[in-house]
Design a protein around this ligand. Structure first.
Ligand code: IMP
Length: 431
């Protein structure tokens, strides 16, 4: 013990690295439990910036065992590319564990992802095109390929045949593409087996043993609450459970073992891809947040859609994740605004909603009801305690805490690792 879950509380890119940094060297294991290489975090090694998409951020800390757990979908080419790039920079990646139960993204998943999006036209999801959705669809359809299958060529061939059976009909007859050859896929996957094998483990067992031994395990969620396939803005979501429950099913650690659940939330809101976003701004303020916040995607380079803080979403996130703590990031981006609006409720066709509508059509029609807070002009990046913040910034945070229904345990005040105000310890084992 303890087990700490970290999730994004909005639509992703909240800056989870800030919270991870606060936990620092107390963490023994960092577990990726959902998603795949659709995620993206920028890490700085020496003077170089490097974008990781699949590997958990813990790969960079010596002494931490990074784990790709069963809930993840693994593109093995990307895994090896990221490992090679880190090895070339002298990062020791030898501790990485990959679950034998994780599903594999094969080349046909990427193909299906791209052709499906094209086919959907105006109804497209705006996926990252990495094959995430089709790999999870195969998992649920029980025609997926798991990491363990790579070590049994006969079984692998049978499974690839099963996976391609319907897919080839779809590719050829509906999408007008060439059929995928079974041999090609089997050879591609088998070519990875030898290098992958030493990393493969029963990660659920390893993590339970680590908790038994008193180690600290951090479960780092990919994507975020509003992109969760069950609790997000379906169908404009990713295909995995990015909420705290996903840490449990995606890792093989039971819910009673989790101690704290941290939600990371920006002091405003961003979203990439399609889908409803009530507080989205289309004016100079949106442009200001985009530019000042440097809101461009790490994985696709797309400009993120920007809007004000949405307390309805914050409350919803606190509820569906059972958050114990909120880490507010990028407060500094709001510095210099005359007034800072916060969405406190929605108006849906004349009816006030204080809670997230449970019907997507209502959410599509939601327009924000704002409360405005006075802004501040002082540079806050040097503040390291709440008391050092300008009074208006403090009032803004107090309002967020009250409206979101969860205590704020840290506040990011600048892009650098140390530009953060710690308030409450994020590791707090339950009594
Ligand atoms: P997919 O995960 O590639 O299937 O994409 C589904 C939706 O999730 C799209 O709107 C993506 O832009 C979004 N998405 C996936 N990963 C991330 C992420 O790490 N940050 C923000 N949005 C993401």
């Amino acid at each position: 013990m303890p087990a700490v879950v970290l999730v994004g509380a909005q639509w992703g890119d909240e800056g989870k690295g800030k919270a991870t940094d606060l936990l620092g060297d107390r963490v023994d294991y960092v577990v990726k439990f959902n998603g795949g290489n659709n995620a993206g975090h920028t890490v700085v090694i020496g003077d170089e910036k490097y974008a990781l998409h699949l590997l958990p951020s813990g790969i960079l800390s010596s002494g931490v065992t990074p784990v790709i757990a069963n809930g993840v979908v693994v593109d093995i080419d990307v895994l090896f590319e990221e490992l090679d790039a880190l090895d070339a920079r002298g990062v020791d990646t030898s501790r990485l564990l990959v679950s034998s139960g994780a599903h594999v993204i094969a080349s046909y998943h990427r193909t299906v992802d791209k052709v499906t999006e094209r086919f959907l036209g105006k109804r497209r999801i705006g996926t990252t095109g990495r094959g995430i959705g089709p790999a999870y669809a195969d998992k649920i359809n029980r025609v997926g390929i798991r990491v363990a299958d790579l070590f049994d060529p006969k079984i692998l061939r049978e499974k690839v045949e099963g996976a391609l059976d319907q897919k080839n009909h779809l590719l050829v007859k509906v999408y007008n593409r060439r059929a995928v050859e079974v041999d090609e896929v089997v050879d591609e996957l088998l070519a990875h087996a030898e290098r992958l094998q030493p990393m493969v483990a029963d990660t659920g067992l390893a993590l339970n043993r680590a908790l038994d031994a008193g180690d600290t395990v951090l479960f780092e969620g990919g994507q975020a609450t509003m992109l969760d396939v069950d609790h997000g803005t379906y169908p404009f979501v990713t295909s995995s459970n990015a909420t705290a429950g996903g840490a449990v099913t995606g890792s093989g650690v039971g819910p009673t073992r989790i101690d704290s659940i941290i939600g990371v939330i920006k002091a405003y809101t961003t979203r990439v891809g399609e889908g409803p976003f009530p507080t989205e701004l289309f004016d100079a303020n949106g442009e200001y947040l985009l530019k000042t916040g440097g809101e461009y995607g790490v994985t696709t380079g797309r400009a993120r859609r920007c809007g004000w803080y949405d307390a309805v979403i914050a409350r919803y996130s606190a509820r569906v994740n059972g958050l114990t703590d909120l880490v507010v990031t990028k407060l500094d981006v709001l510095t210099g605004l005359e007034k800072v609006p916060v969405c406190v409720a929605y108006d849906v066709d004349g009816t006030r909603y204080d809670e997230m509508p449970d019907d997507q059509s209502a959410f599509h029609h939601a327009t924000p009801i704002y409360e405005e807070f006075p802004g501040w002009w002082e540079d806050i990046s040097g503040c390291r305690t709440i008391e050092e913040l300008p009074a208006n910034a403090r009032s803004y945070l107090e309002a967020l805490e009250e409206l979101s229904g969860c205590r704020i345990s840290a506040v990011g005040v600048g892009p650098r690792r140390d530009e953060i105000i710690p308030i409450h310890d994020l590791v707090h084992p339950r009594a």
